[in-house]
Design a protein around this ligand. Structure first.
Ligand code: SF4
Ligand code: SF4
Length: 166
């Protein structure tokens, strides 16, 4: 038997074998992961991270003091955070500055969340951030305070073989 013929037979065998195996991946974007929890968070009191997806951030304006620790944490990583003026004034934030995040630079490491001492910055399950322009990847404090609505269509089953959708 020639190498080509045996290769074809092997490929057919493999194809036939996998007909009976449940599909392993999701058909994105029609199907998406069902997330556990709300996204990565950090509790500065206990110093413990709360496991979750590291997607787009959420900023709580009523907690943010403008201390800039998140921006300083990001400096050596991606320089994705700039502190910008916000129109509202808050008693805990006299300078009225808050973080703005450039998702063209962010590597979703979560160090800014770990650095925030005031429960003001969390991450969410939102990972669908693509855009046609670089400018649209820059999220202002006003955009960061909006809780993303993340569709959770597909149930995920974890078994011996790994993760499959139900
Ligand atoms: S998650 Fe993004 S914004 Fe935060 S420190 Fe990492 S790179 Fe910077
Ligand atoms: S998000 Fe947290 S770390 Fe960043 S400026 Fe506001 S309070 Fe400070």
């Amino acid at each position: 038997m020639t190498g080509t013929a045996s290769g074809i037979i092997k490929a057919l065998n493999s194809g036939i074998k996998h007909l009976a195996v449940k599909r392993f991946t999701l058909r994105y974007p029609e199907e998406k992961l069902k997330f556990v929890g709300d996204g990565y968070q950090f509790d500065p009191t206990t110093g413990v991270g709360i496991a979750g997806l590291k997607g787009r951030h959420m900023l709580f304006h009523d907690h943010c003091t403008g201390c800039q620790l998140c921006a300083i944490a990001c400096e050596g990583i991606a320089e994705a955070i700039s502190m910008v003026k916000v129109p509202e004034t808050w008693k805990q934030n006299k300078k009225a500055i808050m973080p703005q995040i450039d998702y063209g630079k962010c590597v979703f490491c979560g160090l800014c969340v770990d650095a925030c001492p005031f429960y003001a910055l969390y991450m969410t399950n939102d990972y669908e951030l693509s855009s046609y322009t670089k400018e649209a990847l820059i999220y202002t404090p006003a955009q960061l305070q909006v809780k993303p609505s993340v569709a959770q269509d597909a149930e995920i089953v974890i078994d011996d073989r790994g993760a499959t959708h139900g």
